[in-house]
Structures are given as structure tokens and as C-alpha cells.
Design a binder for this molecule. Sequence first.
Ligand code: FES
Length: 107
Amino acid sequence: MTKITFIDRKNHIRSIDADNNSSVMRAAVSHGVKGIAAECGGNGICATCHVYVDETWLKKLGPVGEDEDTLLDSTVSARLPNSRLSCQIRITPALEGLTLRLPERQT
Ligand code: FES
């Protein structure tokens, strides 16, 4: 298990213990974290699992893939330099303490 923290737009903090090798999106949905729509179920075609990654964690996530990069241009809330799609972030023990901010809207 790896602890991941979500901060919503009202600064409410929610930490979950997520299964390793799952995606951040799947962990959030299975724990009832509000603010991740994930309409395509993780198939990488909807951009409704958008998150903003705490700056200190960006380097640990590795680069944005080409398809993810394209899809990030279609997020409803503004794309920022730290935007990622949570279905593309694989959970590993190295991400213990990962902190993500949820955008204002996903749809
Ligand atoms: S859940 Fe659809 S792109 Fe991530």
C-alpha cells in the first residue's frame, strides 16, 4: 500500500492507502474520492481524471507520454505545467506521500 493525498478545490484533504500497481485514478475511484470522473474507465480517451501534481513529485512520475500530452490539451479545467492524467500514473512504493490537487471541474 502507498499513501496518496488528494486536496480538493476547497482545500479539503483526503489521504488513501492505495494498492501498488494500480493507477491513481482507480485508487481514487475505489476509495470514493470525489472530483475524478474517469468517464472512460482508464482507457486514456476522456481527460476527466485530470490532477495537478505537487511540484515536488513531478520528477518522480517520469515524463508525460505522447498520448497523455495530447489529451491534456482537452481538460475542462486549465492545463498547467503540473497537470497529469491520474489513470496514467502507476502507483509504486516510491510514490509514498504523493500529493495531488483536484481541478475545479472534470466535465
Ligand atoms: S480515465 Fe479517461 S483519460 Fe483517464
